[in-house]
Design a binder for this molecule. Structure first.
Ligand code: 2HG
Ligand code: ZN
Length: 462
């Protein structure tokens, strides 16, 4: 059966690179979640848009499900192929195609790694400002498919703000050219925005026209030690009022302990409950003075217990490592991840309530909190205790998510701030989206993909 299908794919798209080695099926069939056993039919690695169209036409004719695939750095199972799907990897379509200095846009293929996009923008003296730790491995197509956020959302917004146009191959192999780089386009539904964040369920993103912008002024990085979460919010308000913030990220003592155990250098002699890494414009003396004044005021108020400021790019990178190294440092504990958001102002109450709730239900859990303060986005990593089996741990963590989802529904928050719903959070979609809204989402899915062949089972069951 498998052989027959692959033979028909080879016949339908003769030049297509197809890989079926066990190692490839394993490698391309999973993402960073590692929860599901990869079992794809095969891996298709097209090199042109026409090949992607031909693959989708074949998928329609043979009724084979397709999982669009980028860097697979996702944390929600959105790129997992565990049910005999064809993985459609955009990895070989990884080039910048065009730059327009008047529009200040860069046209890129979907498989281009985010870091390569950053470098391509810099070659033109501009930046593509969306950024996060997985920059070297993730692809721009995957970033768009999940509306990725990251560490500079506070200054530049999510991926959604930076997409001027998209080329998308539909479930039937049609090519849609969405928005075509226009700044203004008031001509009906904006399918470009609908495709952004649709997690490969509505179409295959093959090309994007990215907006670029001026590089920021020179910046400095500060690490602050903070005695409580309530005052952390005061520090945020004080810094935001006086500085042009590029990033304002927090983590806890537990997070720091893991990053230090993983090789980072300790910033302070003492241990503090919370830490902030903030980056802000420091292009002239006035900006530098404003930063020092904000810091001193916060120290004077008892909101900050200690602080370091970067004196070089190397030091700035070292301070950033304390925050960006957390995911890698805790990976060996097979953490169960939640990625939630509430209104910024609601963060202290939400954090206090959920910390108490988890602590009461599972006092033996080590919970690592960190995230993006300016975006109301908290990352909650529950580390697997050594004496708890995988299945039992998963069951307990699902219970934690259920508790969280109920609190989020009350707070009007989101069960996925920036990682997507994928497989991991689909049972909890209803905590964030109303029943009528989910019914409309399903109707949209049916309109784009009536046979449910595109990334089936992700976001919701069709
Ligand atoms: C981050 O902000 C990423 O570092 C990963 O979104 C979060 O590992 C996580 O839970
Ligand atoms: Zn994050």
């Amino acid at each position: 059966m498998t052989d027959l299908r692959l033979a028909s794919l080879r016949q339908a798209v003769p030049d297509l690179r197809l890989q079926t080695d066990a190692a490839d099926l394993e490698h391309y069939g999973r993402d960073w979640t590692r929860r599901w056993t990869p079992a794809p039919l095969a891996i298709a690695l097209p090199s042109t848009v026409q090949q992607v169209q031909a693959v989708m036409r074949w998928s329609a004719a043979e009724n084979v499900a397709v999982v669009p695939s980028g860097g697979r750095t996702g944390l929600s199972g959105g790129a997992v192929a565990a049910n005999g799907e064809l993985v459609l990897s955009l990895e070989r379509m990884n080039k910048a195609l065009d730059y327009d200095p008047v529009d200040r846009t860069l046209v890129v293929q979907a498989g281009m790694p985010l870091e390569a996009v950053h470098n391509a923008a810099l070659e033109h003296g501009l930046i593509y400002p969306v950024d996060f730790a997985a920059r070297g491995s993730c692809s721009i197509g995957g970033n768009i498919a999940t509306n990725a956020g990251g560490i500079r959302v506070i200054r530049y917004g999510n991926t959604r703000e930076w997409i001027a146009g998209l080329k998308v191959v539909t479930a039937d192999g049609e090519l849609l050219e969405l928005n075509k780089g226009l700044v203004k386009n008031s001509s009906g539904y904006d399918f470009r925005q609908l495709l952004i964040g649709s997690e490969g369920t509505l179409g295959v993103i093959v090309e994007a026209t990215l907006k670029l912008t001026d590089p920021p002024p020179a910046s400095n990085v500060m690490l602050l030690a903070i005695p409580s979460f309530e005052v952390l919010m005061q520090v945020f308000a004080a810094f935001r009022a006086r500085l042009q913030l590029q990033a304002f990220e927090f983590f806890t003592d537990k997070a720091l302990r893991h990053v230090l155990a993983h090789g980072a250098q300790a910033p302070f002699d003492e241990v503090h409950p919370y830490y902030v890494v903030t980056e802000f414009a420091a292009g002239d003396e006035a900006q530098e003075a404003a930063a020092m004044a904000a810091f001193e005021d916060c120290m004077g108020n008892g909101w900050v217990s200690d602080g370091v400021i970067s004196a070089s790019d190397a030091q700035a990178a070292q301070l950033w490592r304390l925050r960006e190294g957390i995911t890698e440092a805790v990976a060996r504990y097979k953490p169960y991840k939640n990625d939630v958001s509430v209104r910024i102002s609601a963060m202290p109450a939400f954090l206090a309530e959920t910390q108490a709730l988890i602590g009461e239900a599972y006092p033996h859990f080590e919970v690592v909190w960190f995230g993006h303060i300016g975006d109301g986005n908290l990352h909650i990593n529950v580390l697997k205790p050594d004496d708890t089996g995988d299945a039992e741990f998963l069951q307990q963590c699902e219970h934690v998510t259920k508790l969280l989802a109920a609190v989020l529904a009350r707070f009007g928050g989101s069960i996925s701030a920036e990682h997507g719903i994928g497989l991991v959070k689909k049972d909890y979609l209803g905590s964030t989206r109303g029943a009528a809204e989910i019914a409309l989402m399903k109707a949209v899915k049916r309109a784009f993909d009536p046979q449910a062949r595109l990334n089936p089972g992700k976001v919701f069951d069709s």
